[in-house]
Write a protein that binds this ligand. Structure first.
Ligand code: HEC
Length: 206
C-alpha cells in the first residue's frame, strides 16, 4: 500500500509538472532542462567586437579560401545585383537565348565547353534527370516522384535563359543550384542539355 501511495504521488507530481502549466505565461526566465542551442555565443551584424583587435565583428574571408557562392578564381558572386545576361539569363526584360558573349566561345573551345558541361551534368543533374535527360534518374526511380523529361524542353519554347534561371533558382520540386554550380558551369550544362535534346530528337526522327 505504501508503494502505491508513493507511486501515486509521483505520478500526480509528474502529470502536474508536465501538463499543469501548459499555455501559462510567465514573466521570469523559464527553467530550461534542455537548453539545446537557444543561447549561443555570436556576434550580431553591424556590432562591434572586443575580441578582434580592429574592433569589427564582421570578418573578411581567410586568405586562400573561396567563400561559398564565389567562383573558384575568387571572383563574384553577383549577390543577385548583377543584371548581365551571363548572371541572370535575362535579356531585354525577357529570357535570352543563346550562350552569353562573355563566355567567349568559339570553334576551338566549344567542344571542350560541352564536354565540361557533360561532366557537370552527370554530377549535378543525372541523379534525377537521368543520363539521357529523360527524367528517369536513380533518384526519380527510387524516390518515385516525377522529374521533368529534359527532352521536352526544346530550344524554341524553352530559351537558354529560362533554363539558366531554373538551374539557379529551382522550380517546383527541384531546388536551386546557384550555390553549388558556378555560373560558367551552369551555361556549360545548358550547352550539354541542348546536345542531349538534339540527340534525342534525332533518335525520334529515325
Ligand atoms: C534532386 C533532383 C533534381 C536534380 C538534382 C535536378 N533536377 Fe531538374 N527537376 C527536378 C524535378 C523534380 C523537376 C520538376 C519540377 C516541377 O515541375 O515541379 C525538375 C525540372 C527541371 C526543368 C524544367 C523546369 C520547368 O520549367 O518546368 C529543367 C530545365 C531542369 N529540371 C534542369 C535541371 C538541370 C540542368 C539540373 C542540373 C544542374 C537539374 N535539373 C537537377 C529534379 C531535379
Amino acid at each position: 500500500m505504501r508503494y502505491f501511495f508513493l507511486a501515486f504521488t509521483l505520478i500526480v507530481v509528474l502529470v502536474i509538472s508536465f501538463f499543469g502549466f501548459r499555455g501559462d505565461k510567465f514573466s521570469s526566465t523559464p527553467l530550461r532542462m534542455f537548453p539545446d542551442m537557444d543561447d549561443q555565443d555570436k556576434v550580431k551584424t553591424q556590432t562591434t567586437s572586443s575580441f578582434f583587435a580592429d574592433g569589427l565583428s564582421a570578418r573578411k574571408p581567410v586568405a586562400g579560401t573561396v567563400p561559398r557562392g564565389f567562383e573558384p578564381d575568387g571572383s563574384g558572386p553577383s549577390f543577385g545585383n548583377s543584371t548581365s545576361y551571363l548572371d541572370t539569363g535575362a535579356l531585354d526584360g525577357t529570357y535570352g537565348n543563346g550562350m552569353p558573349k562573355a563566355l567567349e566561345l568559339n570553334d576551338e573551345n566549344i567542344a571542350a565547353f560541352i564536354r565540361h558541361g557533360k561532366e557537370r551534368y552527370n554530377i549535378s543533374c543525372m541523379p534525377c534527370h537521368g543520363e539521357s535527360g529523360n527524367g528517369k534518374g536513380t533518384v526519380a526511380v527510387v524516390g518515385n516522384f516525377s522529374v521533368a523529361d529534359l527532352g521536352n524542353f526544346p530550344q524554341s519554347e524553352y530559351p537558354d535563359g529560362q533554363m539558366f534561371e531554373t538551374i539557379s533558382k529551382g522550380k517546383g520540386m527541384m531546388s536551386g543550384y546557384s550555390y553549388n554550380i558556378p555560373v560558367k558551369d551552369r551555361w556549360a550544362i545548358i550547352a550539354y542539355v541542348r546536345a542531349l535534346q538534339t540527340a534525342d530528337k534525332t533518335a525520334d526522327d529515325q
